[in-house]
Design a protein around this ligand. Structure first.
Ligand SMILES: C[S@@+](CC[C@H](N)C(=O)[O-])C[C@H]1O[C@@H](n2cnc3c(N)ncnc32)[C@H](O)[C@@H]1O
Length: 417
């Protein structure tokens, strides 16, 4: 597959292919085994369901952390996986280490964040953006990214975040680094927030959640920002229940997404530790146990949607856990909980649920890419040049898809080849 995602044609073509893939595989990803006793595709593919259910938990955990082909899973698992890989292929954007970075620039920034910032800054630097005023960091927190860019480009900085403590820290850190900085405490969701993008900034947004990331693009397009770069996250954090694509092409593709379905795009944990795994085993067993108990009590026909449970409750023994959750729901259990009877069934249900949901994860990266393509196409529809690719390895952050966009196509070198 041609991986360049730079021309409007490339972007449209990939969106169309991904839309077909997502639509034809809808039964595989639109339902989670967490909320069903059986999945819509199981009747048509009993061999696949049996193959997945037979997987040992350790193998399921491996595939959750690092999705891939699975010899024990019959087709269509592996053919879907291969197609997902093809359709998710994106170029690594060109990187160039900037010359002017002080050796103290990383002070106060944690390891993985610094790795993200270095990769992001080097990618922006390689695009050689011209004619920009100051650096603008949208939902910038302590302004680590903006401050580093301001140092590299020798510009002043404006950071916007709604958290006053983070803005104060942004101002202090910038002063220490000798960067002139205005840290603005502001809700970026307010309609007037786009006016802050004045004076032709080089504007960035790293991991601004959901609709804050799309607002950034809409404001930047309206303000004719000369150059912007962004990597999104938590795409499901939208206003309202149903997702409205930003681009005309996205709206025409009509993937019928809502907030719950969109969660799939960002569900993975990179490199979970042994401790993460053991917590996950316990929480998934307890949640499944609660569903089994609720079904035994005749509370619900489909598996109960357990919803949010504070993490400290999972440290209780199972009967006390059930009582505490019931109390949170404003009800009482009619009889003592027989853990010895429920826990073995719960372990089995939790394992099978996780196994069956491996099929959903095949569609995780394609969905994420679809959402980023919608943003890219929106910018292209505004007459801007756009380049989409990754800016760092997945182990640095799984949210590694980056969009760069310039007003003039001449202001835009390409992806690494
Ligand atoms: C995931 S952090 C990213 C911070 C920074 N860009 C980085 O990569 O380190 C998201 C930031 O968005 C800010 N934020 C969340 N909602 C906001 C809103 N409505 N308006 C402005 N900032 C917001 C948070 O305070 C937080 O600093």
């Amino acid at each position: 597959m041609e991986t360049s995602l730079q021309t409007s044609h490339d972007l449209q073509q990939r969106l169309t292919e991904l839309s077909l893939f997502m639509e034809s595989g809808r039964d595989f990803w639109a339902n989670s085994a967490l909320f069903r006793w059986s999945l819509p595709w199981e009747a048509a593919y009993p061999g696949l369901a049996d193959g997945l259910r037979a997987l040992p938990l350790a193998r399921i955990e491996e595939l959750e952390a690092s999705p891939g082909a699975c010899a024990q899973a019959p087709d269509p698992y592996n053919s879907l996986w291969r197609r997902s890989l093809e359709l998710s292929e994106v170029p690594r954007l060109r990187f160039e280490a900037p010359g002017r970075l002080s050796k103290w620039a990383h002070v106060g920034i944690r390891g993985r964040k610094w790795a993200q910032i270095q990769a992001f800054v080097g990618t922006v630097w390689a695009q050689n953006p011209r004619d920009c005023g100051r650096i603008f960091d949208w939902c910038g927190g302590k302004g680590h990214l903006g401050r580093t860019l301001a140092q590299v480009f020798g510009k002043s900085l404006r950071v916007v975040d709604r958290d006053p403590a983070l803005c104060r820290a942004a101002g202090e850190l910038a002063e220490r680094a000798g960067v002139s900085c205005e840290a603005v405490v502001r809700d970026a969701a307010e309609p007037g927030a786009g006016a802050l993008l004045d004076e032709a900034p080089l504007a960035v947004a790293l991991h601004a959640c959901g609709c804050l990331g799309s607002r950034f693009l809409a404001h930047a397009a309206e303000q004719r920002v000369p150059f912007l770069a962004t990597a999104g996250c938590c795409y499901h954090r939208i206003v309202g229940r149903d997702f409205v694509p930003l681009s005309e092409r996205g709206r025409r593709a009509d993937l019928r997404l809502d907030r719950e379905l969109m969660r799939l795009a960002t569900t993975e944990v990179v490199a979970p530790t042994a401790a993460n795994r053991s917590v996950r085993r316990r929480t998934s067993t307890f949640r499944a146990g609660l569903q089994i108990l609720a079904a035994d009590l005749g509370w619900s026909r489909e598996p109960l949607s357990v919803g949010y449970v504070p993490s400290n409750l999972f440290r209780l023994e199972f009967p006390a856990f059930c009582q505490a959750v019931a109390a949170r729901w404003g009800t009482e259990l009619p009889a003592p909980v027989d853990a010895a009877r429920i826990i073995p069934r719960a372990r089995e249900r939790a394992r099978c649920t996780r196994a069956l949901d491996l099929v959903r994860y095949i569609f995780r990266r394609p969905l994420e890419l679809w959402l980023v393509l919608d943003r890219a196409l929106f910018l292209a529809e505004q007459g801007r040049s756009v380049c989409l690719g990754t800016f760092c390895a997945r182990s640095v952050t799984p949210r590694n898809l980056m969009l760069c966009s310039a007003l003039e196509s001449s202001n835009f070198p390409s992806a690494a080849s």
